[in-house]
Design a protein. Sequence first.
Length: 151
Amino acid sequence: MKRHPALYTLSHDHHQGLILAQQLKKGAPQYKGMPSTIEGKKEFTISFYNTGLIKHFKDEEEILFPMSSGKNASIDKLIAEIVNEHRKLEALIEEIRTTAELERVMDELGHLLEKHIRKEERELFVMIEEALNENDLDLLSAKLKQTEKTN
């Protein structure tokens, strides 16, 4: 699917997130270069969260969502759902750190992460591209690029 350049960075993050999501699911095939043990997957997930996902959620919640909200009720409803999913994903990542049921929690995280990313890519981003004009999208792009320089 062709994505507006303003959303490329977030879509690239989503691609990386989908790879992680697949690896977390119970019985997933091994991806080349990815950890194969449950402990390796745990450490990789925590590192992925710390080095990328925190910033990604912040970029969406502090830049993308404020610029997109108020355009139509469908976008606003979807943003509210997605923010709730961000909190659930964060809670599952925290749970991974301490749970005795690591495989079950990782599987749940993998399924939720995949569903979440697909919702953003297939629904929210499509609506945002339709709702924002070219000037808004250029401003969005500039703001997202600015966060790359500061992080």
